[in-house]
Design a protein around this ligand. Structure first.
Ligand code: TXA
Ligand code: MG
Length: 349
């Protein structure tokens, strides 16, 4: 299959380009598009055959459910069979935006979006290209991140092409995805919110919204172990083994330097994910190691934006091993820590 690669203005996408992309979706094809989190690989969520093509293109396990994207919150009850008051209030507070809410699936959606469950994950994206595509297609769009299964999420159209060229119909290149980290996935459990996957909406922001309901926010897998498969241990992985040094950010920087020095002494080629300020301290290793800079340690939103790109860049140098460390705690760092843990072959505590 020939994959059409089409640039599009991220702020005001050309309506002719969007109309072509929407026609592909309505014909059961696959279109990759930018969102405010990462690039999505979209198909008509009401059509089983189209949804199955997503799994095929990504080589994704059929039991790993997809996120269904809607143009607006008002459509949610067309595709979910219920909306608990707490979910409604989270939707009002965070949509359009990077929050995904797990609800009961309604009859209009292809069951394949749920990977064998009765629930469906729904979000309303804010990115102008995603919005324009959803409106022009007039369909809900099922879209996982536009990368090969288990690999690092695609945050640019070039990443999408690297992973999926020849396997999908079109890539809309609207520049780098705005946020760089995937949406936060939540489920409503009784009176409370459970974060199944930490992401762009922080636990603190969710807790503030939930508190208005007297509700709490819990972390971690749902009581039903099959409920959140995307939280599987290994995911978001580069090709090279990644060693993640977890723990106190202040001491992990020193441990990273030591681990790099030891690996170099063993004759390995080494890559490291570092913050801007660390570059100076690692100068003596420059020339012998590759560095992937993710930005300033006091700006997690910038680190989140650079994270997957930096991992892919490091990986393309084909090092024997990549090191990363805990760079911060709380807020958006929780999602960054989660992705690095699950990209890792080894987590050192
Ligand atoms: O930011 C994002 O969420 C991006 C953009 C494209 O919207 N999409 C994305 O999709 O990250 P994906 O497929 O890579 O991750 C979907 C996550 C997985 O962790 C999956 O297990 C979870 O959502 N999920 C989907 N449906 C679910 C369901 N019915 N119950 C529980 N978790 C579900
Ligand atoms: Mg993904």
């Amino acid at each position: 299959m020939n994959t059409e690669y089409v640039p599009v203005n991220p702020q005001s996408p050309d309506s002719g380009v969007i109309a072509r992309a929407a026609a592909i979706i309505r014909d059961g094809g696959l279109v990759a598009f930018p969102t405010e989190t990462v690039y999505g690989l979209g198909a008509d969520a009401t059509w089983s055959r189209a949804v199955l093509r997503i799994y095929e293109a990504k080589a994704r396990d059929l039991s790993d459910p997809l996120i269904v994207h809607l143009a607006e919150a008002a459509q949610v009850l067309d595709y979910a069979s219920g909306l608990p008051p707490l979910a409604r209030s989270l939707a009002e507070r965070f949509w359009p935006g990077p929050l995904t809410i797990v609800l009961e699936r309604g009859p209009l959606l292809a069951p394949e979006v749920s990977g064998g469950r009765s629930s469906v994950a729904i979000r309303v994206p804010s990115h102008p290209v995603a919005q324009a595509l959803l409106r022009a297609a007039g369909r809900p769009i099922a879209a996982p991140s536009a990368n090969r299964f288990m690999r690092t999420s695609a945050t640019t159209a070039v990443h999408v092409r690297d992973d999926l060229d020849g396997r999908i119909d079109m890539i809309l290149d609207g520049g780098p995805a705005t946020g760089g980290l995937e949406s936060t996935v939540v489920a409503i459990e009784g009176e409370d919110v459970r974060i199944l996957r930490p992401g762009a909406v922080t636990a603190e922001a969710l807790a503030a919204a939930a508190a208005e309901f007297g509700s709490a926010v819990a972390f971690g897998p749902a009581s039903d172990p099959g409920a959140s498969p995307g939280t599987m241990a290994k995911h978001y992985a580069p090709t090279a083994p990644l060693i993640y040094i977890s723990g106190d950010p202040a001491t992990s920087a020193q441990r990273l330097r030591e681990a790099m020095a030891e690996a170099l002494a063993r004759g390995q080629s080494v890559g490291a994910l570092i913050t801007d300020a660390e570059r100076g301290g690692l100068q003596e290793l420059a020339g012998r190691a590759f560095f992937g800079s993710v930005g300033p340690a006091d700006a997690p939103e910038r680190v989140g934006h650079q994270l997957f790109r930096a991992l892919r860049d490091l990986d393309s140098q084909r090092p024997d091993v990549i090191f990363a460390r805990t760079m911060g705690t709380g807020g958006l760092w929780v999602a960054i820590d989660d992705r690095l843990r699950r990209a890792a072959t080894t987590v050192l505590t």
